[in-house]
Design a protein around this ligand. Sequence first.
Ligand code: FES
Length: 82
Amino acid sequence: MIVCVCKSVSDRTIRASLQSGASTFDELQFELGVATCCGKCEETVRDLVAACGACTSLCGPGTHPARHVAPASVEFYERKAA
Ligand code: FES
């Protein structure tokens, strides 16, 4: 499913990037361009980072309870015609 409509980046691509070494939101922005246009995908991308455990390994377990309560749900944003 496409997470970032502006850059046509899917959740699979984000997960693959996280598995191949990216560990922060900023790295995903740099590598994939997510959340660099309209920004509507930022929360979902951050949730994917939190769900992959990278945040836990960097910040320590339990430091961001709101992000670790439940697995991230991926939201799809539809682009409306102008
Ligand atoms: S949907 Fe990701 S920057 Fe617009």
